[in-house]
Design a protein. Sequence first.
Length: 333
Amino acid sequence: MARPVEPRRPHRVAVLVRPGVLPMELGLVHQLFRAARSPRKVPLYEVTSFALEPGPVPTDADFAVHVECGPAVLADADTVVVPASHLLDETDDVLPPALRDALARIRPGTRIASICTGAFVLAAAGLLDGHRATTHWHSAERFRRAFPAVEVDPNVLYTDNGEVLTSAGEAAGIDLCLHLIRRDHGAAVANEVARSMVVPPHREGGQAQYLQLPVPEPGARDSTARAREWALRNLHRPLSLPELAAREAMSTRTFTRRFRQEVGTSPLRWLTQQRVERARQLLERTDLPVDRVAEAVGFTSAVSLRQHLATTLGVSPSAYRQTFGGDRHIMPG
């Protein structure tokens, strides 16, 4: 079996540090990308923080961070990450000249991502016009008013428009970084990073599950978790909405409403997401033919699997396997 190709050099990640930066967001970018290793334990990313003016930069905590590098690092960056600033975001819809000049150093084709209200920077730079984007749900309405050319989705944990990505609140930055690692190097590497950080490799749903919901009356059934667990054990089967609702002894209407409140998406869309994710795992880890993979995850045919992967990942099953398959084995059964 062919082994994964070792990168010629680490992927360079530049992280913008602005006054009022959230220490958690700054730290998580370094921790997650620096934890990513090739099968031979070679670092896959090189992470560098930079400030518009090198030196001490105040955070939103009671300490500052010393940043040695300036915007010159952007000229060689492959990915640029913009964490939030509680001092600067949501105060101005136009980029300050120094920040505008710094972003102008980014090479064409460089990937740029925001965490939390860092999306305000990307929007002010015009990078999100005509695209779907997210930010912290608390700031979503302000974002929508300030940037009407951007399609705001406050319910998701992150959005991916190819070269431009956005994520929701602080912890959603973890989801975004793992998504980028998964996109670059496959689920196995991302899962290993998640395991080392003691975080889930993929969280279900979006921000909707973190919004404050009405408190149910005592004894009310308010969980669809059992139905989800049962569905994950039976992805190979055709699963219907009435069948899932029956697992929780709910009507389909009530189940759908509760499911969307708890997971942030519809039951059938969630099922498709889980089937795609299971298919990715089988393509990476086994030599099963594409039609067998489709059968194992509950798609009706190899054609259906190809269509869903093309829509979700932009590649065919064979192309995905060629990129991320590496060393595989045939699973029993």
